[in-house]
Design a protein around this ligand. Structure first.
Ligand SMILES: [Zn+2]
Length: 610
């Protein structure tokens, strides 16, 4: 579901963007005054950057596509080389852009300059030794994570993260679950010292660029002062927190009925019992907590299979959703070049992704489609990326991306929210949609996936920002991690933890230096978009039953937003759909209103909160 495809400049930056900017404010102050740059030079520089980055991005996309759909040693090398070339160019342009600091240029040009510099997620210090050390540290931490395995005592077979993910999702034996949880978290302590050093060096690089620290650099990407952005996130979380607390209380009760005293009647839920290694989404325990009669009375997977729906037809359904909104058909090449079916004769990356190879209209998806309800959903989600990519393809290269990094995922997810029973009736897949009494089951499942995620989506960077700012010292890495998990998620480890552990390192994005706030934003935005579209589409009933299928008005608004790309600050893009310039989590409360009411009834007289 992650967009791996379009190799836009900021994608490169997200990927690893390593920069040795080779300058510092001190140095530039003592430098002999050179000839002051002109606006004309700035313009020419940006034009050169855009042309070069576009060309390199297309090369890299082609190499990555071949690598993902035909994995061999050679294709892996070719794609790594193409990525390196593109990244090196990005770093070089970011470095050269600083020459124009302080020059007054037209707004568009200023925005492009800013994007060139802000797209970095890691700034290496100008000292070459330190820069090299930082590169090595990140590669090594990522490698340690990637190779991480749990080898249970007395067993021959070691368990990979994939094995352990399945175990956490499917086992209902608390001992086995705890063993898997503890086993995986053992991969992280060896990273602790590297992580500490990485924080020092990354901060040094960020400070040379004029940021207070790396966390402040990350927060600067949101068209507002870094501290205001942090406050915005708090505000959004507080809007939705009471609903999360209700969900938490209900789930705690149900788990207690299933597992007994392992789950306390009040307080924190043991982190290993929620169906996921990080307790970040809880849909895997739906069968454990589902109310009686939660079954919606139809099974889309069964329907699709019975009708002998083929892979192409699955994708056609998705395309038809967008054309019903007024979007053009996908290009012929999409159907010729996409990968829908897992090839039988070679290794491929099956993880679903959407691509825009030439950054114009060579759109593709890469999936190994199963004829299931889940993949029906995923197709709608992936095509959301493709239609976004095509909508901004007339923007200058540096603006060919989503309004902020939360938007791309939010669009795909918004579209998937429109896959309602009524939509399936319109497609002729379902004869009659189930009545409203079935909604609680559907809503609960969605809440376990999306609402349970919110506190986790927030806390990873809450922790990292404090680590980067020095508020959390290394000797408190683990203690503060669990304080935040307690504060936001209401979960706790079932075995004592200490500073010998390094539990944040057991989540990929921490060792790999990937910012996480975008996922929180995407989860907030998708409901806000959906609520606004529901109004445009004239939906009368509850939000969870509204599909914007066939609404030209919703389609027009969507296209207005998508076609802005990254050319304007994100509040402009938000306004194009919602008429609001602020993110707003009350749409989540509206969407789940029937479930909130039901949860309150279930929780009556029982402890709520922790
Ligand atoms: Zn996605």
């Amino acid at each position: 579901m992650i967009r791996l495809g379009s190799l836009s400049f900021s994608w490169l930056a997200l990927c690893l963007a390593f920069v040795n900017l080779g300058f510092s404010q001190q140095i530039s102050k003592t430098k002999p005054p050179g000839k002051a740059p002109t606006v004309e030079e700035a313009k020419a520089f940006v034009e050169e950057a855009e042309a070069r980055l576009l060309a390199l991005s297309v090369d890299a996309s082609r190499a990555n596509w071949v690598q993902s759909t035909y994995i061999t040693e050679d294709t892996e090398i070719l794609s790594a080389q193409a990525n390196e070339r593109a990244i090196a160019a990005g770093v070089d342009f970011a470095k050269r852009a600083t020459r124009f600091d302080g020059l007054k240029v037209p707004a568009d040009l200023a925005r492009k300059m800013k994007l060139l510099k802000l797209s970095l997620t890691l700034a290496a210090p100008s000292n070459p030794k330190e820069s090299e050390e930082l590169t090595r540290l990140v590669a090594s931490m990522e490698g340690t994570y990637g190779k991480g395995k749990y080898c249970p005592e007395g067993q021959e077979k070691c368990l990979t993260l994939e094995d352990l993910t399945r175990l956490l999702a499917n086992s209902r034996d608390p001992k086995q679950l705890l063993d898997g949880w503890v086993g995986w978290h053992r991969i992280a302590p060896p990273m602790r010292n590297d992580f500490k050093r990485y924080v020092e060096l990354a901060n040094k690089g960020a400070r040379e660029l004029g940021f207070a620290d790396t966390g402040a650099m990350w927060r600067s990407k949101y068209d507002m002062p870094p501290d205001s952005f942090a406050k915005e996130l708090d505000r959004l979380w507080n809007q939705v927190r009471p609903f999360y607390v209700s969900l938490h209380a209900y789930v705690r009760n149900q788990l207690r009925e299933k597992y007994g005293d392992v789950v306390p009647a009040t307080g924190l839920i043991p982190a290993h019992l929620l169906g996921n290694m990080w307790a970040q989404s809880w849909e895997n325990i739906f069968p454990l907590v589902a109310p009686q009669g939660a079954d919606p009375g139809f099974d889309l997977t069964e329907i699709l299979k019975k009708r002998n729906t083929d892979h192409r037809q699955m994708v056609k359904y998705g395309e038809q959703f967008f054309t019903s909104l007024g979007f053009e058909l996908l290009p012929k090449t999409f159907w010729e070049r996409s990968q829908f079916v897992k090839p039988s004769d070679r290794e491929v990356v099956c993880h679903a992704s959407a691509w825009d190879i030439d950054n114009v209209d060579d759109l593709r998806i890469k999936m190994c489609i199963d004829i299931t309800a889940e993949d029906f959903n995923t197709i709608h989600h992936e095509l959301g990326h493709n239609f976004y990519q095509r909508a901004y393809n007339r923007q200058p290269m540096l603006f060919r991306d989503s309004a902020n990094d939360g938007f791309h995922e939010a669009v795909g997810d918004t579209i998937a929210l429109s896959i309602t029973p009524e939509y399936l009736v319109k497609l002729g897949l379902l004869i009659k949609s189930p009545d409203a009494s079935k909604d609680i089951g559907l809503l609960l499942r969605t809440a376990l996936e999306k609402i349970a995620f919110l506190p986790f989506g927030l806390l990873i960077d809450q922790w990292r920002w404090k680590v980067f700012s020095g508020e959390i010292p290394p000797e408190k890495y683990n203690e503060t991690w669990w304080q935040l998990r307690q504060k936001y998620q209401g979960v706790a480890p079932s075995v004592p933890r200490s500073e010998k552990d390094f539990d944040p390192g057991a989540k990929y994005h921490v060792p790999a230096n990937v910012p996480y706030t975008r996922y929180f934003l995407a989860h907030i935005l998708q409901f806000q978009f959906h609520r606004a579209f529901a109004q445009s589409a004239g939906c009368q009933g509850p939000l969870n039953r509204c599909s914007i299928y066939e609404s030209k008005e919703a389609g027009r608004r969507l296209n207005d937003m998508l076609s802005l790309g990254l050319s304007k600050p994100w509040p402009d893009a938000l306004e194009a759909i919602t008429d609001q310039r602020q993110m707003d989590a009350t749409a989540i409360l509206d969407y789940f209103a029937p479930l909130q009411k039901w949860l309150d009834e279930q929780n009556k007289g029982k402890p709520v909160g922790w």
